[in-house]
Design a protein around this ligand. Structure first.
Ligand SMILES: NC(=O)c1ccc[n+]([C@@H]2O[C@H](COP(=O)([O-])OP(=O)(O)OC[C@H]3O[C@@H](n4cnc5c(N)ncnc54)[C@H](O)[C@@H]3O)[C@@H](O)[C@H]2O)c1
Length: 247
């Protein structure tokens, strides 16, 4: 298996696409630390794959430090960090850009940007010491074409994309690889709840592959980026969107 003996932390692994990532990494032999602010959801995913559940708020430094020390206590090391947790459809109403309250901007940037940075900072000392490690940041293909009413979210995902380049530069000397996945609109549970079927169907027509994008469509790329199959890749972004940005 591609990830035999590896230990992976997946943030936001309690539900949605993150849950599918946890299963995908586990299926390839990784020990998975399922991290989520929603404790019960994290427990459920961990129980299904035989992983470790950790309740953590990625926007809180103490919580993130605890997340890494629990992972290290349980498995002795961390090899992979998947920065998947974010404020997305569940909590973010769409608003015209000039009507987004400053408090919403702050909340989105605190979780999606600063939270991602905190998680990277917390694993960096281990990765430097090991002289190895993999970080995969989850951005969004909205960074290329925008999304009406979602300026704060899109901006936060563009920041994560930029962060990847800086991290790749700063950690390259230690053999640490940092890459980004930019998914297209993906039918996670929350997306199915928030968007009506007609909208999802219209988005399917806006792809070269004219069907709904599902969480499992992202798993192969994640496994590839986490495994030695991509050993000479760093600072890169892979769009997984059925050809949306070419359409
Ligand atoms: N679904 C899509 O269409 C789509 C498209 C592009 C990118 N993405 C990105 O993929 C990722 C997963 O998307 P999803 O659709 O599964 O979203 P989701 O909202 O269903 O899941 C996000 C998960 O993150 C957790 N979370 C939120 N805030 C947290 C915090 N402060 N600390 C720890 N955990 C926290 C939530 O509890 C949830 O389990 C997100 O980064 C999202 O931006 C999604």
């Amino acid at each position: 298996m591609l990830l035999d003996g590896k230990v992976a932390i997946v943030t936001g692994g309690g539900q949605g696409i993150g849950k599918r990532y946890c299963r995908g990494l586990s299926d390839e032999g990784a020990q998975v630390v399922v991290v989520d602010i929603a404790e019960e959801a994290a427990r459920q995913t961990a129980a299904e794959i035989g992983g470790l559940a950790v309740r953590a708020d990625i926007s809180d430094e103490g919580s993130v430090r605890e997340m890494v020390s629990r992972a290290k206590q349980a498995y002795g090391k961390v090899d992979i960090l998947v920065n998947n947790a974010a404020l997305f459809t569940e909590t973010l109403p769409r608003r015209d850009f000039d009507r987004i309250p400053a408090a919403d901007w702050e909340r989105v940037l605190q979780v999606n940007v600063i939270g991602t940075w905190l998680c990277c900072s917390a694993v960096a000392p281990l990765f430097r010491e090991q002289r190895s490690g993999v970080i995969v940041n989850i951005s969004s293909n909205t960074i290329y074409h925008g999304s009406k009413g979602f300026m704060h979210y899109v901006t936060s995902k563009a920041a994560v994309w930029g962060m990847t380049h800086c991290l790749a530069n700063e950690l390259g000397d230690y053999g640490v690889r940092v890459n980004t996945i930019a998914p297209g609109l993906t039918s996670s549970e929350h997306v199915r709840e928030r968007y009506d079927a007609d909208y999802l169907a219209s988005r399917s027509q806006a792809r070269l592959f004219k069907r709904e994008q599902l969480p499992e469509d992202l798993v192969g790329t994640l496994v590839f980026l986490c495994s030695d199959r991509s050993a000479f890749m760093t600072g890169q972004t892979i769009s997984v969107d059925g050809g949306t940005i070419l359409h």
